[in-house]
Write a protein that binds this ligand. Structure first.
Ligand SMILES: NC(=O)c1ccc[n+]([C@@H]2O[C@H](COP(=O)([O-])OP(=O)(O)OC[C@H]3O[C@@H](n4cnc5c(N)ncnc54)[C@H](O)[C@@H]3O)[C@@H](O)[C@H]2O)c1
Length: 336
């Protein structure tokens, strides 16, 4: 079948380095199981995720951001919580402060779509602690809309999900790049920004932009002499949070006892992600209770194959192609 050939095509390489005579081309058939990808780094020796260092998290008031703050606090980092929702932010701050101590948290109400808010956030952090070790660019909204409707929605999503990320990068990266100690910037993308499932065009497009701008950032940092800052693209799986359940994420994270079996908790997702950042991964493609890594890899390859093979856009969901895709995934999994 023609599609199988794209799997071993030298033009599709897992690490972006392209085909090489000494490096075999990427193939999902030789993917390592996720259990073998755990970080070999000793947590106590990690210079970035280290007690006393400073983490800044946007979208800190609920869901994944809140779970990240709790996890970072439990590792002894000082935590700066930034979010537009002041009520939820106060609740989150109480929980985080109870772990790491009130003196080791800073709460800065911030609308990431407003550059002046983000600049104030950076000034507050640097005045207080002089450095940032972990910057998590995570705030986003996900209201649903069609391609040709809801122009306001498009503007709002892009001002937060894309320009919010850009504002944070523009403001913090120049300060972090020349810090004495190593640091990381983690931008939260989405599988929807890679495979583009139908149903939420604006959100998907915003997350595709986050993937693109984070790849550029990572490359530019790698080319910058003596930069001790690395960039990482965090791609959560299905995580049980309030995203998509309220128009502007004004609801607190939903109760853990209602979690669907297929979703991961926000805590599970952030623990997985930090482990991968510690191990130096750029693409952090998180599984969940329904989708394992191998299936995600095949979905990503199929989406790229639409372009390479000239299939219709989003062929995975096209009635003429759906069965072909499903069979291709079955064959791919059977061959692993
Ligand atoms: N939950 C999932 O399954 C899932 C999957 C893929 C990606 N993500 C991504 O994970 C990140 C976190 O989402 P979540 O699921 O925890 O949702 P969430 O709604 O629980 O959290 C998002 C947070 O961002 C804040 N926020 C919204 N607009 C803001 C603004 N202008 N300035 C500052 N803060 C703002 C909200 O108040 C909220 O606290 C997002 O980038 C989202 O796109 C989530």
């Amino acid at each position: 079948m023609v599609f199988a050939s794209s799997l071993s095509s030298p033009s599709i390489s897992g690490d972006g380095r392209g085909a090489s005579p000494i490096r075999p081309p990427f193939s999902p058939f030789n993917l390592k199981p996720d259990s073998e990808l755990r970080s070999p780094v000793d947590k106590d020796m990690d210079p970035v995720f280290h007690s006393g260092r400073v983490a800044v998290v946007t979208g800190a008031a609920s869901g994944i951001g809140r779970a990240a703050c709790l996890e970072l606090a439990s590792q002894g980092l000082r935590v700066v919580l930034a979010d537009v929702n002041e009520n939820l932010l106060a609740d989150a701050a109480k929980e985080v402060g109870a772990i790491v101590g009130e003196n080791n948290i800073l709460v800065v109400p911030t609308d990431v779509s407003k550059l002046e808010d983000v600049q104030r956030l950076k000034d507050r952090v640097l005045e207080m602690w002089g450095e940032v070790s972990v910057l998590m660019n995570n705030a986003a909204i996900g209201p649903v809309g069609k391609s040709w409707e809801g122009l306001d929605n498009w503007h709002k999503i892009f001002s937060i999900n894309v320009m919010g990320v850009v504002n944070v990068q523009q403001t913090f990266v120049p300060a972090m790049i020349h810090q004495e100690n190593p640091s990381v910037i983690i931008n939260t993308g989405s599988k929807q920004g890679i495979t583009n499932p139908p149903g939420n065009a604006a959100y998907n497009a915003s997350k595709a932009a986050v993937k693109s701008l984070t790849e550029s950032l990572a490359h530019e940092l790698r080319q910058t002499p003596n930069a001790k800052l690395t960039a990482h693209l965090f791609i959560p799986g299905w995580t049980y949070t309030s995203l998509g359940t309220s128009p502007a994420s004004t609801a607190p994270s939903p109760p853990a006892d209602k979690k669907p079996a297929g979703a991961w908790t926000a805590h599970e997702t952030v623990v997985y992600m930090f482990d991968k950042v510690r191990a130096g991964a750029f693409y952090i493609l998180c599984p969940d209770g329904e989708v394992r890594r191998e299936v995600d890899a095949l979905r990503v390859l199929w989406a790229a194959g639409d372009v390479a093979e000239g299939r219709p856009a989003l062929s995975r969901w096209d009635p003429d192609w759906k069965n072909v895709f499903e069979e291709w995934v079955r064959e791919g999994l059977a061959g692993m």
